[in-house]
Design a protein around this ligand. Structure first.
Ligand SMILES: [Zn+2]
Length: 419
């Protein structure tokens, strides 16, 4: 083992955290320069000990440490977190038997840190909040606890996208206001720091990419450690994207997230027992009596914060709401009859992939079988469609179309998409 990550400094000023580090061996290729992990919290974390402040950084390099059999040298670490490392590492070992997870964490000092909640004060919680179906399902399930919302900039929204961030931030603020909650914002370079071309090569055997398969669970969760220590959060929720019946690899999984601990705080990978339709059911049932329904922000096409009502994700969520017997208009899907009329064409040309077929087969059954389901005439086609067969014939038609193109155009396409 010749590879070493060594933390040179951990500087906290107000809400700003900087961790500078160096590497030896061949691991520098996995990072973009400068080797500085930089986070800006919307609140002061200055009194948080180094052993806690360092956790966001550690969470984002640990999978690289393991996969490259490296040593991670730290000046100080929280004991709770340190003891949890091997437990959540086992979640990766179980998920990726084709890879070796070696390496070690070598701290100079291990500290005992507690959350700052006075004993007489009720325990408090926080939830990561992105504004979509998963996040709202978690929020609603735990609304009695009044969880603090935490939203990251640098995860789905790139740091250079200031307009997109304003939309996301305002959406979280509006949700916090509607439900009487606090909101904390975190700007982080945890993605920009990494060289995903090299990291994806490193994990190629897993069949997943580095961000989705290895980083984004603990990579996001780690950012909450200073906030938990400062605010006395005893529980942090991260919403599940998949459910217990999905047989998929994903860095955010109960066996990984659920074993992370820091400063006396537990992490819960939340609502894993529910599929997406059940989550939409919970949201719509909870919201039925609310004058203002939650603004579900699901679109993966627009950056303005509105749902386009044309992409596969928008149309899928709209249909899941129709299946509850409610109108998606109330949940900020400002669709037109034309959007519904073009739905089949749009679903098959804007994002439907093999992994989404299960969602649509379920929607089909709910629209057919649920007495309360609303199915506008323009969506009747869903009830009679074999999604697997349809997607295969769509791909086949696309293949025939491509094969009939002049070779100079095919070469141009291959060049653009690097295929
Ligand atoms: Zn959309």
């Amino acid at each position: 083992m010749n590879n070493t990550f060594s933390v040179k400094s951990v500087v906290v000023e107000g809400g700003t955290l900087d961790v500078t580090f160096s590497t030896t061996g061949h691991i520098s290729k996995y990072f973009n320069s400068p080797l500085k992990f930089h986070v800006e919290y919307s609140e002061d974390i200055e009194k948080v000990p180094v052993g806690i402040a360092i956790i966001p950084f550690v969470c984002n390099v640990l999978p690289i440490v393991w996969l490259t059999d490296s040593t991670l040298e730290l000046p100080e670490i929280d004991n709770d977190f340190y003891r949890s490392i091997d437990k959540f590492k086992q979640g990766y070992v179980k998920m990726y038997p084709m890879l070796d997870f070696k390496g070690k964490v070598s701290p100079l000092k291990i500290i005992e840190s507690k959350t700052s909640t006075p004993p007489q004060q009720k325990e408090s919680s926080a939830a990561f909040f992105g504004g979509g179906v998963d996040a709202f399902a978690t929020l609603i399930a735990h609304i009695a606890e009044k969880p603090t919302l935490m939203t990251l900039w640098g995860s789905d929204i790139p740091l250079k996208d200031t307009d997109g961030w304003e939309v996301v931030k305002n959406h979280t603020l509006k949700t916090a206001e509607n439900f009487g909650l606090q909101a904390i914002f975190v700007k982080t370079n945890f993605r920009e720091l990494l060289n995903y071309i090299e990291l994806n090569r490193l994990v190629k055997m897993s069949g997943d990419n580095y961000w989705h398969g290895f980083q984004h669970g603990i990579g996001i969760i780690g950012h909450a450690a200073p906030l938990a220590a400062k605010n006395g959060f005893s529980t942090i929720y991260i919403a599940s994207s998949f459910n217990v019946n999905d047989n998929k690899t994903c860095a955010s999984h109960p066996d990984i997230d659920g074993n992370v601990r820091f400063a006396g705080c537990n992490i819960i990978h939340d609502q894993y027992e529910y599929d997406r339709q059940a989550k939409v059911d919970h949201i719509c049932s909870f919201s039925e009596k609310l004058d203002e329904k939650p603004h579900l922000r699901v679109c993966w096409v627009t950056t303005c914060g509105n749902n386009c009502c044309r992409c596969e994700k928008c149309l899928r969520t709209m249909c899941e709401i129709f299946a509850t017997g409610q109108d998606p208009h109330k949940y900020s899907f400002n669709y037109t009859t034309k959007d519904l009329r073009n739905s089949k064409m749009n679903i098959f040309s804007r994002g439907l992939c093999i992994s989404s077929i299960g969602f649509w087969e379920q929607i089909k059954l709910e629209l057919i079988n649920r007495p309360q389901a609303i199915c506008p005439d323009e969506l009747e086609w869903i009830k009679h469609t074999d999604f697997e067969r349809e997607i295969k014939s769509t791909k086949m038609r696309a293949g025939i179309f491509l094969r009939n193109l002049p070779s100079r155009i095919i070469n141009k396409i291959k060049h653009i998409f690097a295929i």
